[in-house]
Design a protein around this ligand. Structure first.
Ligand SMILES: [Zn+2]
Length: 449
């Protein structure tokens, strides 16, 4: 949709965000900031304040009235694969078979620049349609796939962290690069896109088995040479994968240690999964300031295992929330968080709505070092704001009528809602997605000629 940035914009609704980190399994916490029926004020794309509905902003503000609806910071998805919406919901395999059978063939198509371009646009629109305004993304090994994402995110004003995937072994030849060419492509992408607009580069190691030790060393050197870039990879997702890494890197103490030895573990490292880590690994993550991108829907779908979130909390390791589409089965962060709750239930733990929601907003922003830009309604943050219906459909509407307190209401919302509850998504103060506009456009198409 085409929208322009109004200089002064005010959105009215029930504002919910966090001012700090909610404790594990604690419902009463000062970290929750709920301001029912307030205006959030946006000037030149940034949050400048909030005030009660009884004090409406004057005529100099463009006012959008969403009273009775939930207003949240845009979601942050810290691990998701853009090409994999082409093979999401594929049947019958665990991680290593799943990669060979479904993922690699889908990723090969992205060698074609037209496919990469269209795929990036579809993927970014799908994120916005789910209320996700910032993401840490794996494209494919092809330089053009990263380029298409950077260009697409720039056009939409979205906060994006991505980089071309590094793979130089144990993958089909057409998906393999080599150390020299990969380094040249990374440097070129970093110099042209990193820090440009809202883009950041991530040195992107698919996972230890698909990179030679030489490529991992090169990746570590890139991180050292460009210390403001991120690093993203997978770690300890599946037991067969862990055994494979052990056999490929017998000198390493653990799977995570392969990355540590290559200089890939630091505060900007985003490590997907981290299910099969030990205490030493968790301590190393804490000491480095890196984060685990917990991917509950994916872990359930591929049968990878049950992430010990509380163990990570006890160890002091950062945890953020990720859809990991296409092993995850939805870009919706509510569905992802509802799956996270179920994983903790199987672990004998209780995940509060606060801990869950925080991990997909302020918590993720903090782990990425971006808490001054995204994840909350703090003054000065970029105005990535989503408006949601509290309830859609008879079941959710009934449940919403009967809630007794705010936590119960938000927990029921997280459990029962999805992208269909999204009313509008604003990115840096510009309305980029509106459910009503989409519906109207569909109706228009459906009209007889
Ligand atoms: Zn993944």
């Amino acid at each position: 949709m085409t929208s322009q940035l109004p200089r002064r914009l005010a959105l009215r609704g029930d504002l919910l965000d966090f001012t700090g980190m909610p404790e594990w399994a604690t419902i009463e916490t000062p970290a929750v900031r709920f301001r029912p029926d307030h205006w959030v004020l946006i000037e030149d794309g940034r949050i400048v304040g909030a005030q009660p509905a009884a004090q409406p902003p004057d005529e100099s503000w463009e006012r959008h009235d969403y009273r009775g609806r939930l207003v949240l910071p845009g979601f942050i998805d810290t691990h998701v694969h853009s090409p994999q919406i082409d093979m999401i919901a594929s049947y019958g395999t665990e991680l290593l078979d799943w990669l060979n059978t479904y993922t690699f063939p889908a990723e090969m198509c992205f060698a074609n620049p037209a496919v990469a371009h269209a795929g990036a646009a579809r993927f970014l629109d799908a994120l916005l349609e789910s209320g996700t305004t910032s993401a840490v993304v794996f494209p494919t090994v092809h330089k053009g796939s990263a380029e298409a994402l950077f260009a697409g995110a720039s056009a939409r004003g979205m906060r994006l962290v991505t980089g071309k995937v590094l793979m130089d072994r144990n993958a089909p030849p057409s998906l393999c690069d080599d150390v020299v060419k990969a380094e040249r492509d990374c440097v070129d992408l970093i110099e042209r896109w990193h820090g440009v607009g809202r883009n950041s580069y991530a040195v992107t190691v698919r996972f230890a088995p698909t990179s030679t030790p030489e490529q991992l060393q090169m990746a570590g050197q890139l991180c050292a040479a460009y210390p403001t870039t991120y690093m993203q990879t997978h770690v300890a997702e599946n037991r067969d994968e862990v055994k494979w890494v052990q056999s490929l890197f017998p000198e390493a103490r653990s799977y995570l240690d392969v990355y540590t030895r290559a200089g890939l573990l630091y505060s900007r490292s985003v490590l997907a999964h981290g299910i099969w880590l030990d205490d030493n690994d968790r301590a190393a993550i804490r000491d480095s300031g890196a984060q685990v991108a917990h991917s509950p829907s994916s872990n359930l779908f591929l049968g990878s295992g049950l992430f010990d979130w509380n163990g990570a909390v006890q160890a002091g390791a950062n945890v953020s929330m990720a859809s990991d589409v296409g092993a995850g089965t939805s870009l919706s962060m509510q569905r992802t968080l509802a799956d996270a709750y179920k994983i903790q239930a199987l672990n004998g733990q209780r995940l509060t709505a606060w801990k869950a929601l925080h991990s997909a907003t302020r918590g993720a922003a903090q782990a990425l070092g971006l808490e001054r830009e995204i994840g909350s309604f703090d003054i000065g943050c970029t105005a990535d704001v989503c408006v949601w219906d509290w309830a859609r459909g008879l079941v959710a509407e009934r449940r919403d009528q009967l809630v007794r307190d705010l936590h119960e209401r938000v927990f029921a919302w997280l459990t029962l809602s999805d992208e269909r509850n999204l009313v509008a998504a604003y990115v840096a103060g510009v309305k980029r997605h509106a459910a009503d506009a989409a519906t109207a456009a569909q109706q228009e198409v459906a009209l007889p000629a």
